[in-house]
Design a protein around this ligand. Sequence first.
Ligand SMILES: [Zn+2]
Length: 242
Amino acid sequence: MMAILEDNQSKMSEGEYLRGMNALGSLHKQKRTVLASRRPGDMLRCWMTLDEIEEEDEDLYEEIIEVADDIVVELCGDESTIYNNDHNLVHRGEEHEIFQLLVNYKPEEGNAGYETSPMVLHHAIQVIMSRLFDDTFHELEVVRPVSCQCGWRGAQGNWDRHISNARHQRWVNKQRQENFEGALAKAREIIIARREQGLVYINELHATPATKVATEEAVAAAEAAGDRVVFMNADGRLSWFA
Ligand SMILES: [Zn+2]
């Protein structure tokens, strides 16, 4: 078109020639915009989610799992396979390394992802990643055992059930009782500040169930002995027991 316009430039007015060149210019610009906007759109139109593929295209789904399995063998070794759900895809502790390899996986001549389409490769990598996630989640939530101070040991997932269990409850109550008895013995040792003729000086202790009992005991014992009770607080102030 450009060549024709130029050859015939002498036969046209300057205005006609310029209009021709402008039309050619805008045609070129339009073609560029159309192509630029169409290429990514074409790719997106035929892209399917893994769920859609599983429902609608069995062959394509199988292809994705095959590519995933090839990549697993490539990254994790011969004994690993995506088809086996009985044990973890990788050895414990290797999850992070394999995850990083997947994040950075690039189709290169000779590797498992090279001969396939971007969509299949994408889904194959997602399949492996989601399997790694499931394995790790299962490991943390179910497999990895936790232990309780009461002596119970079990799966993390059973913890909530355990703490409402009767055996655990009995342990908690026993523990509480032992703590109380320990605190009471301690309070009994320090409750009496001193004794004088007919007077018992009782320390005012920070109020807890144990110090309350120790105080009541000391007061009762003093009264039984016919002594008067004087309370003494931490900074030495005294108050008579009514
Ligand atoms: Zn327990």
